[in-house]
Ligand binder design. Structure first.
Ligand SMILES: NC(=O)c1ccc[n+]([C@@H]2O[C@H](COP(=O)([O-])OP(=O)(O)OC[C@H]3O[C@@H](n4cnc5c(N)ncnc54)[C@H](O)[C@@H]3O)[C@@H](O)[C@H]2O)c1
Length: 340
């Protein structure tokens, strides 16, 4: 049993979700993957750091993330700050030879992500990005069953990671964006209105390296939708439809079914899907969002302790950020843009 000493930076929603997953992973998967030891937490807000220490049991706290990345007693720097800080914290952590677990997106620019991916490769440490939807047991099922079936489509926002995870690289995009609310309160509850600098809705067409085409859309102003992370992949041999608001089920269609009864059917999550059986012994029992984080931490620990392969490394994060950059460029130029 290897002890993995955690240094957490940012103890908000994701910092807590990570910590709870770090504590639960060993209980569910056993000791062969490592035991989390909560060494130090840094949060710019001292009260938040103190609260995390009390609830999670970190030995020490700080209001300065430098204390985490330079701490000789930290094996894994866990970054759950707002996006803009990912780059500086991850870079300093890598420079200090730490393994890094960074929330998505890896950074706020393709250039920063490229630098991080190169530095991580140079240092040879584990470098994991929190694209947890790739850990959804249902996603794994889709890969096994339907990857490479032919012409496929895709939609979703966070799903840029799932999309490229399942279908391979996006090579070209053509986007349109709009800002529905040009001004918003400066902060929650404020009466001061400031300009909104980025889009509320982004829609784009994509070409994949494998010849598939797709359309992907994301909106932060859609009324009625709560966690509408949805995709449909249409292949020549079958199709799949998934909606994260209904996490325990997937709709599948097989062209090989007899013609009279052919149609979409609902398949419930079950122990034959990778990762599920760690939580539930029988099919149809719900698992939830935070369980994806436990599966993510399990993959991360397996990489640190046993050298296991993992997909969502910094190079993968860089690929997502390159795609994001191309989509944004296209939404401005109104032309097709290559993902460089
Ligand atoms: N994987 C997912 O599904 C998912 C979901 C939500 C958020 N996220 C990602 O998680 C990250 C954090 O989001 P959140 O929702 O937990 O935010 P949050 O606002 O709840 O928490 C962020 C915390 O970071 C602290 N912080 C801010 N600047 C800091 C600094 N310089 N040094 C140390 N601490 C600092 C804040 O005080 C706060 O406690 C973001 O990158 C976001 O994209 C991922």
């Amino acid at each position: 049993m290897k002890e993995i000493r955690i240094g957490l930076v940012g103890s908000g929603w994701m910092g807590k979700a990570h910590s709870s997953a770090l504590a639960d992973a060993e209980m569910l998967f056993g000791p062969d993957y490592g035991t989390a030891s909560f060494e130090i937490v840094a949060d710019a807000n001292e009260e938040a750091a103190k609260s995390a220490q009390k609830k999670i049991g970190f030995k020490r706290i700080s209001t300065d993330w430098h204390d985490v990345v330079t701490d000789p007693n930290v094996d894994l720097v866990d970054i759950a700050t707002p996006n803009a800080f990912h780059y500086v914290v991850a870079k300093a952590a890598l420079e200090n030879g730490k393994n890094v677990y960074c929330e998505k997106p890896l950074s706020i620019s393709a250039e920063e992500s490229r630098e991080l991916a190169e530095l991580a490769a140079e240092k040879g440490v584990v470098n994991y990005v929190g694209f947890n939807n790739s850990q959804n047991p249902i996603t794994w099922r889709h890969i096994n069953k339907l990857a490479g079936c032919g012409a496929l489509g895709d939609l979703g926002s966070h799903l840029l990671s799932i999309s490229q995870f399942i279908m391979g690289d996006i090579t070209k995009v053509n986007a349109v964006a709009t800002t529905v609310f040009p001004k918003r309160p400066k902060s929650a509850g404020s009466t001061e209105m400031v300009d909104v600098e980025n889009e509320d809705i982004m829609t784009f067409m994509a070409e994949y390296a494998n010849g598939a085409i797709g359309q992907i859309a994301c909106s932060r102003v859609a009324t009625g939708r709560k966690n509408y992370l949805t995709y449909e992949i249409q292949g020549t041999k079958g199709s799949v439809r998934y909606d994260l608001e209904r996490m325990g089920e997937v709709q599948v269609y097989f062209q090989s079914d007899n013609e009279r009864d052919r149609g979409f059917r609902t398949v419930l999550l079950n122990p034959l899907m990778k990762g599920y059986s760690a939580f539930q012994p029988a099919g149809g029992i719900s698992i939830a969002y935070n369980d994806m984080k436990i599966l993510e931490v399990h993959a991360l620990f397996d990489a640190i302790t046993n050298g296991a392969d993992y997909v969502t490394d910094f190079e993968f994060g860089y690929k997502i950020d390159r795609t994001v950059a191309a989509v944004i460029e296209s939404s401005k130029t109104r032309e097709w843009v290559d993902v460089k």
